[in-house]
Design a binder for this molecule. Structure first.
Ligand code: NAP
Length: 290
């Protein structure tokens, strides 16, 4: 499942392999006028070989999930992919994350996506509902086969500690957080804590919402490697075996570049130059969020 022979895989704690690089969909499905172009972009990503897609009920108030569903259906009908070849991630809004609300939100997401199961279901960020309720709902959905696995997003170390203390909390397989060369605070504590617990880290905004594509230091390194600054930013995030990156791209050139970045290797010299540009954290930093 989800195997593209050229793509490195990250194995989740349940043994399921996930491509180390996928497609983000924030800001897709937000308007009727952009709907067709958004569907075309996701469809093209599937044709190019993307086998991991990240979305959320929040994006475009369900519109992004509809875009993903339409692209997936089109690509399946054309014989480009089978549903089971694509690892689908979506998220429940914290306001919906009660015991019953989570299950209902998941059913709505499945409906918009046009699938009967998502591969990974995340709590988008912490809200008012007790974690044990959300976890109980996730486990019920997993047992019913509506989700294959679950995780969280925007959880800092204290949130993870709390999660690990509730019943079934240790079944959390991933935490999706802001992580890029310019936002690397998690390296101080969260990343090592997750590593100890075999929780995969999914890096959102790995190009810092496009800003790192024009960073002079990354561009300079890229020139030596025959790569763009954005590709260097992605290769930097992916230098670690348990980190998954989900850059968003709508343009074909970006889609192609980002996919190719998964195979790009940085040297120790490149990494030192990036440390000099963006210092590694020496103390606790609060988790960055967008
Ligand atoms: P990002 O992936 O760091 O950056 C996306 C921006 O960079 C887009 O404007 C895109 O342009 C541009 N870009 C992409 N590839 C490029 C390239 N090779 N060269 C130059 N520019 C490039 O930021 P993001 O979209 O905020 O984050 C990625 C995904 O993470 C989101 O889409 C979403 O799925 C997820 N996310 C999750 C959370 C959360 O709370 N869990 C928060 C934020 C994001 P074009 O689109 O024009 O190609």
């Amino acid at each position: 499942t989800c195997q593209d022979p050229g793509m490195r895989m990250v194995t989740l704690a349940d043994g399921v392999p996930v491509p180390c690089l996928g497609l983000g969909t924030w800001r897709m499905g937000e308007s009727r006028s952009s709907h067709a172009a958004d569907v075309a972009a996701v469809r093209q990503a599937l044709e190019l070989g993307y086998r991991l897609i990240d979305t959320a009920e929040m994006y475009g108030a369900g519109g992004a999930e509809r875009v993903v569903g339409e692209a997936l259906r089109g690509a399946s009908q054309a014989g480009t992919v089978r549903r089971e070849d694509v690892f689908l991630v979506t998220k429940v809004l914290p306001g919906n994350a009660s015991r019953k609300g989570t299950v209902a939100a998941c059913e709505r997401s499945l409906d918009r996506l046009g699938v009967d199961r998502v591969d990974l279901y995340l709590l988008h960020w912490r809200g008012g509902h007790p974690l044990r309720e959300t976890v109980a709902a996730f486990e019920a959905l997993r047992e019913r086969g509506r989700i294959r696995a679950w995780g969280v997003s925007n959880f800092d170390v204290d949130d993870m500690d709390e999660l690990w203390s509730v019943a079934d909390g240790p079944r959390c397989l991933a935490n999706q957080v802001y992580y890029s060369a310019s936002e690397r605070g998690i390296e101080f504590d969260l990343l090592p804590a997750q590593r100890r617990r075999s929780v995969a880290t999914m890096a959102y905004c790995p190009i810092d919402q496009g800003a790192l594509a024009s960073d002079p230091t990354l561009a300079e390194i890229g020139r030596r490697l025959g790569a763009s600054a954005a590709q260097v930013a992605l290769a930097w995030v992916l230098r670690q075996p348990d980190v998954i990156a989900i850059p968003k791209a709508g343009r074909e050139r970006h889609l192609r570049e980002n996919l190719a970045a998964a195979a790009l290797k940085l040297t120790d010299g490149d990494l030192a130059a990036i440390d000099a540009r963006f210092a590694p954290p020496r103390r606790k930093q609060r988790l960055a969020m967008t």
